[in-house]
Design a protein. Structure first.
Length: 219
């Protein structure tokens, strides 16, 4: 995952804490919340990977039991090894590979968490910059979103859609470090990952208007 994509995901987590009143986080507050968010993300991913690994081991056990109980092997001479049953031998090998991958991913997550917690890096800086700029310009940013949301009241938008739009508009109008297309594409990816099936088209429509009306399509 690229640093700024990771930063947007962290910003998305931070924005999820915003209610109607936008808190005025200090730089130190943001750094502390970001570190806690990294811990939550890493912990969640670790739990998912452990569950996947457990499932893989259960499947492998069932495959091996199926092979031993298959009629091909029930009639084999006592003391001889199981004869491979079509598909199960290959499937068992693939499950071994997947188990190895899951174990390596767990180790990588631990390394990534230590790296994130021990050093100040681009991911933390970019996430904090998005949040700080939104705090400073949140009224203008929300007015911009409301302007192009047609008949939707900003407060009645799906919160995840509103947060994704807030991040993207902050980047487009105030941060201005990433190319317009990258910001829009990343917003759509966040929508596909975290929001509803219709969110991508809705978010794309609003951001397209923001881009055109602010002359960002020529940048």
């Amino acid at each position: 995952m690229q640093a700024r994509r990771a930063a947007r995901e962290l910003a998305f987590i931070l924005f999820s804490q915003f209610a109607k009143k936008i808190p005025n986080y200090s730089k130190a507050d943001l750094e502390d919340i970001i570190l806690k968010s990294v811990r939550v993300l890493a912990g969640s991913a670790e739990d998912d990977l452990r569950a996947a690994l457990d499932s893989l081991l259960q499947i492998k056990d069932r495959v091996e039991t199926y092979e031993a109980d298959h009629e091909t092997n029930l009639s084999r001479p006592i003391g001889t090894a199981n004869l491979p049953v079509p598909l199960t031998s290959d499937l068992s090998g693939r499950l071994d590979e997947m188990s190895d991958i899951a174990e390596k991913a767990l180790a990588a997550l631990e390394i990534a968490e230590f790296a994130a917690l021990d050093t100040k890096n681009e991911v933390q800086d970019y996430a904090a910059a998005i949040v700080e700029l939104f705090q400073k310009h949140h009224a203008q940013i929300d007015d911009t979103i409301q302007k192009y949301a047609n008949n939707w009241n900003l407060e009645r938008l799906v919160k995840m859609d509103r947060d994704i739009l807030r991040i993207a508009v902050t980047e487009l109008l105030y941060l201005k470090e990433a190319p317009m297309k990258v910001v829009v594409d990343e917003a759509l990816e966040l929508a596909k990952k975290y929001s509803t099936d219709d969110s991508s088209a809705f978010i794309n429509g609003i951001l397209a208007k923001v881009v055109v009306d602010n002359g960002l399509d020529n940048v």
